[in-house]
Design a protein around this ligand. Structure first.
Ligand code: PMP
Ligand code: GLU
Length: 399
């Protein structure tokens, strides 16, 4: 009955692990979920209030498929402030979360067989999305030596006449690593040799950075002339803790944005008008609140990384952005738990959940085994308790 595509389709690894953690919690287990990527704090009251008022005022019907002019104007304004590049509201489209916006961008850009370069470690959904639009994901591998980043020469080696898109995500999910200006300059210089390549820049974490800057270094900072070849993706989910409101956006050349908007109008119609009004309040009024959350995240990061590094076999650097620790557990993989060999980081994640009710995402789901992604967007108390449990689990393993 099912199509070939549906038969090959796996659910999102992050959402599956998060659902499993919630199920165990509902059964009464004391689960600490460091799995799903969402802030633990509530949506800011200013945003909620704007949403409630919009519902009361009857903003509950269909709206324009590319988003309201007010929100598109505010997005163009914020992007100018952050990236120093002018966009008109016609170069912006809004839809139901960055996930769908990314998918819409791929759908209007990729022909069957087109190759999409994806640096690994990557966000779990990228390769599947590319396959769903009949593209070919081409993984650019990286490791500890390259700082878990794809450098210009590594990317260039994989370029073929079929390469259509380079997907960049900085700060990165799952590693929290950020490209430096120099690394971006190198990528920009390399890209100039291949004018057919479009860059899809997933900027969803670009305001959640711990370097004191207001935004992560961006390809447009170092090479604004690439604007006509770039699609920028962003979202209210992480910055404004609005994961359940489902609101994301894209900026890019008008003809791509128009095609995406047509695609949206034939698939999801539009993002809900009251969500758009709430997001507008976030963009215009919540700067200070976000700055406060970044400070909290940074102190949680420090506490968590420091504690985790005291557990034998667990190693992590300090992520510069987003809210994930990328823990190197190559020293744990291969050990034995309750008589069972833990052959992969996926086995370690499963055993940790079963043994200690700590949920984490295996790095293998992001294209690099031997690691776990642990979110630190949770309360300090839970982070401390999680490390205690990780230690107990680790101590129980046989070599
Ligand atoms: N890109 C990255 C890198 C992500 O981590 C996520 C997950 N939230 C998304 C896109 C999608 O975000 P959303 O659909 O919630 O806007
Ligand atoms: N992007 C988040 C994560 O990586 C949310 C879950 C998802 O959409 O996959 O955990």
């Amino acid at each position: 009955m099912l199509s070939k595509k549906a038969l090959a389709l796996k659910p999102s690894a992050t959402l599956t692990i998060a659902a499993k953690a919630k199920e165990l919690l509902a059964q009464g287990h004391k689960v600490i979920s460091l799995s799903v990527g969402e802030p633990d704090w509530d949506t800011p009251p200013t945003i909620k209030e704007a949403g409630i008022q919009a519902i009361q005022a009857g903003q509950t019907k269909y709206g324009p498929s590319n988003g309201t002019p007010a929100l598109r104007t505010a997005i163009a304004h914020q992007t100018r402030e952050l990236l120093n590049v002018e966009y008109s509201p016609n170069e912006v489209t809004v839809s139901t979360g960055a996930k769908f916006i990314l998918f819409a961008a791929l759908a209007v850009l990729v022909d069957p067989g087109d190759e999409v370069l994806i640096p690994a470690p990557y966000w779990v959904s990228y390769p599947t999305m590319v396959e769903l639009v009949d593209g070919v994901p081409v993984i650019v591998k990286s490791d500890e030596l390259t700082g878990y980043k794809a450098h210009a020469h590594q990317i260039e080696k994989l370029i073929t006449p079929k390469t259509k898109i380079l997907l960049l995500n900085s700060p990165n999910n799952p590693t929290g690593q950020m490209y430096t200006r120099q690394e971006l300059e190198d990528i920009a210089v390399m890209l100039k040799k291949y004018p057919q390549i479009i860059v899809l820049s997933d900027d969803i974490y670009n305001q959640l950075v711990f370097t004191g800057e207001s935004v992560a270094p961006h390809l447009l900072h170092v090479a604004p002339e690439l604007k006509s070849r770039m699609i920028l993706i962003n979202s209210a989910s992480k910055t404004y803790s609005m994961t359940g409101w489902r609101l994301g956006w894209a900026l890019g050349p008008e003809k791509v944005i128009k095609a995406m908007s047509n695609y949206q109008s034939q698939t999801v119609s539009c993002a809900s008008p009251f969500t758009q009004i709430a997001t507008l309040a976030g963009l215009q009024k919540c700067g200070e609140e976000i700055a406060g959350h970044i400070k909290v995240l940074q102190s949680r990061r420090d506490l968590f990384v420091e504690a985790l590094n005291t557990v034998p076999g667990w190693r992590s650097g300090y992520p510069q952005g987003a809210f994930y620790v990328w823990a190197d557990i190559r020293g744990i993989v291969g050990k034995t738990w309750r008589g069972k060999k833990l052959s992969t980081c996926g086995d370690v994640a499963a055993a940790l959940l079963e043994d200690q009710y700590v949920a984490a995402v295996p790095g293998g789901e992001s294209g690099l085994g031997g690691y776990l992604r642990l979110s630190f967007a949770v309360h300090e108390r839970d982070l401390t308790e999680a490390v205690k449990r990780i230690r107990m689990f680790t101590d129980s393993l046989d070599a």
